[in-house]
Write a protein that binds this ligand. Structure first.
Ligand SMILES: NC(=O)C1=CN([C@@H]2O[C@H](COP(=O)(O)OP(=O)(O)OC[C@H]3O[C@@H](n4cnc5c(N)ncnc54)[C@H](OP(=O)(O)O)[C@@H]3O)[C@@H](O)[C@H]2O)[C@@H](O)CC1
Ligand SMILES: Nc1ncnc2c1ncn2[C@@H]1O[C@H](COP(=O)(O)OP(=O)(O)O)[C@@H](O)[C@H]1O
Ligand SMILES: [K+]
Length: 499
């Protein structure tokens, strides 16, 4: 499990560690770790550090201090290191250390208006590595125009190394402001910060390197956001046992598709079959039922006893084909329900039984608007965690928000009581294809029917869906049929996936 904490928790842990250590120790450890990563990048790209060009972009706080001390170390290895001070203030000890090591210092404030390119174009355009020491955990989202313009001067093939966090993101929520840094590597200190696991900030971080600076793990137990790794997935997966039969393993009922929309019914039931549900029942009108039976003869048509329901993929609540009533009936039971797509419109104000909502950004905006919080899709995309939490709070359900990074928020919006928010980013962008969400619903349904709680069922399903996507795509285009065909292999590989 990769775990991340809040800024408040990091600051507390840092204060505790600092009280036991000589002043400046943590920053020196951070700088040493940062310099080591830069050395690694330079060695890989050009065979060594000597003579490499490194430019530090330095903000007002300790994040800039880390960059300056790392720059001093890189000077010691023979790199040419320039620091560009982007703010009015600077970490003075770091600056003195950098100067003493022979680093050159420039100030954005010394360049006349409109002169950034003339002043820094050559410097940044020739840099092998650009170190983003602009903002860390003290940062608010967004960079000013001059700083953002400076970043644009870097050569496209320069390696951008972010210090602690890519600057311009919100450290706790993962929201991203304008001009935020896009890093190739982020070197983070002591513990992952929540933004590194959250969309969209996590997608700005590149590869994340965690440097141990000696914080006490006992001070870092308040996990805010976590991502399941392969060991967690293997531990959570409901592997069958000799004593099992199909009923004990879990029967899933599916109300999907309808008159005119048939594909979702075939894909969703198929994904449930392929992810190992004990049995799948499909409930719907004649046409999708016939197609489901033709493709998946093991699916049992019609109502009957189930352990969980998947409701809504490809379902039009206004079609007048009986599907809306079937959804309402299932929502009226005390069984776990996954509520997707068209069924989201039918969700009652409150449901006490375990409930997993699986909207994409547009569907979440629509749901929040219906619940009295007018929201646009773009709002959800800019601040996914905030909006998923709002839906969890308003509905009392677990909310899985789909996207390149899937966010699963426990009922009530967490973290109080419900455990951390889980995020998964396991699959390629080829997963953004029609029917992909129907496959996810089927896999998550299998897990609900097997008895997993909605938070774990959602996160495990998202991870397996992503891994199946990676297997099926192998770098090329993907369709939902091949995605669901890859699900058994993705599940089997959980026990021997290379970590
Ligand atoms: N604590 C420790 O023990 C250790 C900490 N370490 C390092 O310290 C980092 C945290 O340092 P930090 O607290 O000094 O904050 P940092 O992120 O450098 O910047 C704050 C400054 O930026 C400003 N500012 C904010 N947003 C802005 C914006 N959008 N645009 C423009 N300006 C903005 C803000 O202004 P203000 O809020 O005062 O208005 C303030 O002046 C941490 O991430 C890690 O790298 C490591 O060395 C390990 C030990
Ligand atoms: N850029 C992306 N990278 C990786 N996965 C993605 C990306 N965009 C979407 N996905 C995943 O693909 C699926 C799309 O689901 P959805 O939007 O409901 O599609 P549909 O309704 O066509 O089935 C979700 O599981 C989502 O997390
Ligand atoms: K930074």
């Amino acid at each position: 499990m990769r775990s991340a904490v809040s800024v408040e928790a990091v600051r507390r842990a840092e204060r505790a560690a600092m009280s036991l250590l000589p002043e400046g120790t943590l920053m020196q450890r951070a700088a040493a770790g940062l310099a080591a990563v830069v050395v690694g990048e330079l060695s890989a790209a050009r065979g060594g550090v000597y003579g490499a060009r490194v430019v530090l972009l330095v903000g007002a706080g300790a994040n800039g201090g880390d960059a300056l001390w790392a720059g001093a170390r890189l000077r010691g290895r023979g790199a040419r290191v320039d620091a560009v001070l982007v703010a009015g203030a600077v970490h003075e000890e770091g600056l003195a250390g950098f100067r003493a090591a022979g680093g050159r210092v420039h100030r954005v404030a010394d360049v006349p208006d409109g002169g950034l390119e003339a002043g820094f174009g050559d410097l940044l355009g020739r840099a092998d590595v650009v170190v983003d020491g602009i903002l860390g955990i003290g940062g608010r989202p967004g960079l000013d125009d001059a700083t953002a313009a400076l970043l644009d001067l870097a050569a496209p093939d320069a390696c951008v190394v972010a210090v602690d966090l890519p600057s311009g993101v919100d450290p706790d929520t993962g929201a991203v402001g304008s001009g935020a840094v896009r890093a190739d590597v982020t070197v983070t200190f002591g513990v992952l910060k929540a933004a590194l696991l959250l969309p969209p900030a996590g997608q700005h971080a590149g590869r994340v390197e965690l440097v141990d600076i000696g914080l006490d793990p006992a001070d870092l137990t308040a996990t805010e956001v976590a991502s399941l790794d392969v060991a967690d997935l293997a531990a959570a997966w409901p592997w069958p046992h000799a004593g099992d039969d199909k009923y004990r393993r879990g029967v899933l009922g599916v109300v999907a598709g309808g008159r005119g929309y048939t594909g979702a019914a075939v894909l969703c039931t198929g994904a449930a079959v392929r992810s190992g549900a004990g049995m799948v029942r499909y409930v719907g009108p004649d046409e999708p039922t016939a197609l489901v039976r033709a493709r998946w003869p093991e699916v049992v048509p019609g109502d009957g006893r189930v352990q969980a329901w998947v409701l809504g993929p490809g379902l039009d609540p206004d079609a007048g084909d009986g599907q809306a009533d079937r959804v309402r009936d299932a929502l009226g039971t005390d069984l776990p329900c996954l509520v997707d797509a068209g069924a989201l419109d039918l969700l009652p104000p409150r449901r006490d039984a375990p409930t997993l909502l699986t909207p994409h950004a547009g569907e979440l905006a629509r749901l929040l608007t219906r619940l009295g919080e007018p929201t646009e899709r773009a709002d959800v995309e800019a601040r996914p965690l905030e909006h998923a939490r709002a839906a969890a709070r308003l509905t009392g359900a677990t909310v899985l928000l789909k996207g390149a990074t899937t966010v699963v928020v426990p009922p009530g919006g967490s973290p109080a009581g419900g455990g951390p928010v889980l995020t998964q980013r396991d699959g390629p962008a080829w997963l953004a294809t029609a029917g992909s969400g129907d496959v996810l619903a089927g896999v998550a349904g299998t897990l609900l029917a097997a008895g997993l709680d909605p938070l774990l069922a959602g996160a495990v399903a998202a991870a397996v869906h992503g891994r199946a996507g990676a297997l099926a795509s192998a770098g090329g285009p993907l369709d939902a049929g091949r995605l669901l065909d890859a699900v058994p292999g993705a599940v089997a590989a959980l026990r021997d996936w290379p970590t």
